[in-house]
Design a protein around this ligand. Sequence first.
Ligand code: GLU
Length: 501
Amino acid sequence: MNEVRVRIAPSPTGNLHIGTARSALFNYLYARKGKGAFVLRIEDTDLERSEKKFEKDIIEGLKWLGLTWDEGPLDNKYLGAYSPYRQSERIKIYREYIKVLLEKKFIYHCFCTQEELEIERVQSQKEGRPPIYSGKCSNLSRLEVEKKLQAGQPSILRFKVPDKKMEFDDAIRGKLIFETRLMGDIAVAKDINTPLYNLAVVIDDITMNISHVIRGEDHISNTPKQLLIYEALNKCHPIYAHLPLILGPDKTKLSKRHGATSVIEFKKQGYLPEAMVNFMALMGWNPKDNREFFTLKELEREFDLKNVNKSGAIFNIDKLDSINSRYIKELKESKYIDYALEYLALENIIIRKNKSIIYSKTGKEISSKAIKKALLVEKARLKKFSDLFAPLDIFFADNIQYAKNLLIWKDLAEDQLINNLTNCKDLLQTIPDQSFNREELEKFIFSYLKKQGIGNGEFLWPMRVALSGQKQSPSPFELADVLGKEISLQRIDQALQLLKK
Ligand code: GLU
């Protein structure tokens, strides 16, 4: 085969699904490795189910993942990039091909109504025959067809399926063989301008010189139908590679039931695109060693269809979390802060106005120093950026609510607890503002505890709970550092009042 030319052909009938995105990634990688072209084709012939908002979502998702396509009409709407090919803009091309197929009698008008087809189906079932179309309209004479068309009788176009054995070599699954006998004549177009999926896909792949069709294995059963159309048009078919399906942890096809399935949902949850790409590559592709971390560039070099598994790929959210948390950890501090702030603004957790940052929940300004500190405290713990929502609330809420019991350390008596918190308050008050940071607080408090012979837990636990109101949180030193002296003291007061009630 000459040049590598591959495509992803999503139907805009839903948001970009992780399975389609994975197919897009594998096509993209194959194109890059083979120094070929990657094409985006929006399969929007089904006008009733296709929607512009889904096309937008698909484009946004692919761009977010960095899977840019190499050609297409230039369109200012997508500034500088190619817009995708759209089937709805290719009617003229389909028309020419459909005419040829009609002239050569590979396809014919079928006038059977839904009711007639249903009666036929029931009859076949009764007689124990497979429920396939009898092909009766293929016997109509040219004159009869003309008459019916002129009378405005509705029809569709069917491809006359010969009885034969079809086979092809799948690059992933090896030789696949099909008998056409049970197919029945395939509906291939609604009319001369409106091909249905199997016909449109073949015409598009021919006219776009597609060398390899890399798609989900749910399309295997369509392949023999498409091969028949290639034969009728006297064209060579592309090489096929059918990818294993993505399954949920319960080994059924991944669906909404299992949680997020659309790429933009993962973006909204705060996964990094680099981590998503890495994770998707491992769903089906196998580097043949135990490496788990790959950049897009590394994948472009290493990807090989030979290393794609035949069996279903399990979608494991824990694995995605662990890959994403590693990518977050590896971000340089400044890049991490930029990304986190951008994400929080996009999710309306903060509002950025000129240089100031407003915390949406309280409508109050927070200092950029404080939010940066808060973000850095969380960096090592984050699985995804939405994990920031709860901790930010601890840091920036106007007041925190918690049960008194949470303050209690093991079997420490309440008056002792009050004593420790009062000492804590007095101690924090003596620390000068410029030393009110994690390192100094840590030094100061630990040396105090040592001197006084006070156990760490009995002092630090109530201090931490007083500052956070949580069972689990960052250390009391990190909390005090982000909260600042004034709020830290207020919160300790709040705890003391709660204990004295
Ligand atoms: N529109 C089809 C889909 O979204 C494309 C299948 C193909 O790649 O041939 O599944």
